[in-house]
Design a binder for this molecule. Structure first.
Ligand code: HEM
Length: 231
């Protein structure tokens, strides 16, 4: 994208609207890609350190068996790591980094589910509430990757299952989805398979601060501090 814009700027600088372009990069690319991916990684690590049994299951019962302890996860491994996949989905569910997705505007009057959305109305989708709805999810406030295991639970995040839409859906679904999903599996899987992790001195799973704060994305209010030990 940057490459294309630089070429245009060499050939026809006047056709580039600078404030618009800066806005595009800041909001769309920095906010949409970097903040979301790093916050999701941090939440996933925090949940694993707070739930040592889940970490052990991912580490010893899956990664060690499937790819071998101490190895980096590769793209071709992901399909063979259902528990790691379930951990990532559960992190998307319980810690949506864009809790209201991006704002939409109705192009025309439209009726959805018995409600009239008038033309021009701003529409916010409360994914945070959807992903904690007790009608859809058992124990919605608990981090339980197991809910995504088994044939009955083949819910994915590609916008087909409206109960789990961390990337939105439809024509404006996040274009970074394939990259983000791959990177999260590779990074999280490699981090737990190549290191032993400890919480900082004095912090135990029971006293971890899991509060969130809303800035551009939903981040940990107190950043996670964990110590890796090489195997
Ligand atoms: C965990 C990681 C990510 C999450 C949770 C996420 C989530 C989202 C969501 C919810 C939207 C709005 C979709 C809608 O309105 O329905 C969006 C839009 C967008 N995302 Fe992502 N995203 C992630 C990673 C990325 C990455 C890695 C990139 C780029 C490499 C990216 C680029 C974009 C762009 C450009 C848009 C705006 C699309 C438009 O203008 O319609 N995202 N993302």
């Amino acid at each position: 994208m940057l490459d294309i814009l630089m070429n245009i700027s060499v050939e026809k600088m006047e056709s580039i609207d600078m404030p618009e372009t800066q806005h595009l990069f800041l909001v769309r690319y920095i906010f949409c890609s970097h903040n979301t991916s790093s916050a999701t990684m941090e939440w996933a690590m925090a949940e694993l350190l707070r739930n040592p049994k889940t970490l052990l299951k991912a580490d010893q019962a899956e990664l060690e068996q499937v790819i071998g302890k101490g190895k980096l996860v590769e793209e071709s491994d992901i399909a063979r790591l259902p528990y790691l996949q379930a951990i990532i989905k559960e992190t998307f569910r319980i810690h949506p980094t864009i809790p209201f997705l991006l704002p939409w505007k109705a192009e025309t009057n439209i009726e959805i589910g018995g409600y009239i959305i008038p033309k021009g109305a701003r529409v916010l989708i409360n994914f945070w509430a959807i992903s904690r709805d007790p009608i859809t999810w058992d124990n919605p406030n608990l981090f339980m990757p197991e809910r995504f295991l088994g044939l009955d639970n083949q819910i994915d995040v590609t916008g087909k299952n409206f109960e789990l839409i961390p990337f939105g859906g439809g024509r404006r679904i996040c274009p970074g989805l394939p990259l983000a999903v791959r990177m999260l599996h590779l990074m999280l899987g490699s981090l737990i398979n190549c290191f032993d992790w400890k919480l900082e001195d004095g912090v135990v799973p029971e006293t971890m601060n899991m509060e969130d704060k809303f800035s551009l994305t939903l981040q940990m209010a107190q950043p996670l501090r964990a110590v890796p030990k090489k195997l």
